[in-house]
Write a protein that binds this ligand. Structure first.
Ligand SMILES: [Zn+2]
Ligand SMILES: [Zn+2]
Length: 366
């Protein structure tokens, strides 16, 4: 896999092209700054009070928008930790074994002590041939980044990065602040936009900036509000975009709400325990990205007999169709002691950026 020859040149060219959407957004942002702060506020506004209030509020939103956008782009996606990688002996064994039951047996043995509760559609251990590792729950291989990404949500061309465990909070804040930015511009630009059509503006170049600014802000407000609304729904249900398209398969079967712990806990899993960090693009998500608490651990012959644990039915009434069973010790610990999540939540992996249709970037599991 050494990067040499025409293949690697093509890959490098592609990587440069992937930055085009980010450059486009940055140029648009730069122009919107010039159009709003200079042409609208300084050149066109006559009321000094309105000018000051608009400029202060605008700069605040602008700073939050740029900060969260920056963090979404440049936060490296997290990859599975070492314990999920196969040992050299296990890899050798896998190469010798033909596909099928013997192959699965090797993986089952390797996954014995890992906190894994999801399976492929056919009930097999989720294994990535490309990265040669056992995939943690909610982890998927991104074909653009060519890496397994923890709690992968989707590969986003607008930030030229994978949105996953490490930057999902930043992505949500980016959507929220960009929406507020557009709504604020549209609301304060509206009266000047009306003046444009009633010939109430002086005949300078500022009037065209004012007109285009309103169109752009209104258009982006519509598309951003639907995307932001969708992601708010995903957070409330504790689903990733990929899981909304294809429900996770647990050992006892498919369950679209398998990771949901209720609205409050679902929010805390993404935003963290400390409310003062919720609105800032500072990492505060709970957990390590490799294991996730689920209220739905069914009786499983592979599980050792469970110690006194939590009763799942009291935690999640939505999933009444599954009989309530005690959780495995490590999981009940995750569910009850959220303090421990934060202790090992800082390790960052490496990743590469790329771009493609988000729906097509997850590799198929068989
Ligand atoms: Zn992979
Ligand atoms: Zn990716």
């Amino acid at each position: 896999m050494a990067p040499s020859g025409p293949g690697s040149v093509r890959r490098r060219c592609r990587r440069v092209l992937y930055w085009i959407p980010v450059v486009f957004i940055s140029l648009l942002l730069g122009w919107s700054y010039y159009a709003y702060a200079i042409q609208l506020c300084i050149v066109s506004m006559e009321n000094i009070g309105e000018q000051v209030v608009c400029l202060i509020a605008y700069h605040l939103l602008f700073a939050m928008f740029v900060w969260s956008y920056w963090k979404t782009i440049f936060t490296l996606p997290m990859n599975p930790s070492k314990e999920f990688h196969l040992s050299y002996a296990e890899k050798e064994l896998l190469e010798r074994e033909p596909r099928g039951e013997a192959h699965q047996e090797v993986l089952r043995r390797a996954a014995k002590d890992l906190p894994i509760y999801t399976r492929t559609m056919s009930g097999a251990i989720r294994y990535c041939d490309r990265c040669q590792l056992i995939k943690p729950d909610r982890c998927h291989h991104c074909s653009v980044c060519d890496k397994c990404i923890l709690k992968m949500d989707h590969h986003c061309p607008w930030v030229n990065n994978c949105v996953g465990f490490s930057n999902y909070k930043f992505f949500l804040l980016f959507l929220a602040y960009s929406l507020l930015y557009c709504l604020f511009i549209a609301a304060t630009d509206l009266q000047y936009f009306i003046k444009f059509w009633t010939n109430g503006l002086p005949d300078t170049q500022a009037k065209f900036h004012i007109m285009f600014l309103f169109f752009a802000a209104a258009m982006f407000s519509v598309s951003l509000s639907s995307l932001f609304g969708y992601h708010c729904w995903l957070v409330s249900k504790n689903k990733s975009t990929l899981e909304a398209f294809r429900s996770p398969v647990f050992r006892h079967g498919t369950d679209k709400n398998g990771f949901s712990l209720g609205f409050g806990k679902n929010m805390r899993q993404v935003f963290g325990d400390e409310k003062r960090y919720w609105l800032l693009p500072i990492f505060s998500s709970l957990g390590d990205g490799c294991s996730f608490p689920t209220c739905l651990v069914n009786q499983d012959p592979e599980q050792p007999s469970t110690p006194a644990g939590l009763n799942s039915s009291s935690k999640n009434p939505e999933n009444h169709q599954f009989p309530a069973k005690p959780l495995r010790e490590s999981q009940s610990h995750l569910l009850t002691d959220s303090q421990s999540w934060t202790e090992n939540s800082t390790s960052l992996g490496k990743g590469k950026a790329g771009m493609s249709n988000p729906a097509l970037t997850m590799e198929n599991e068989t």
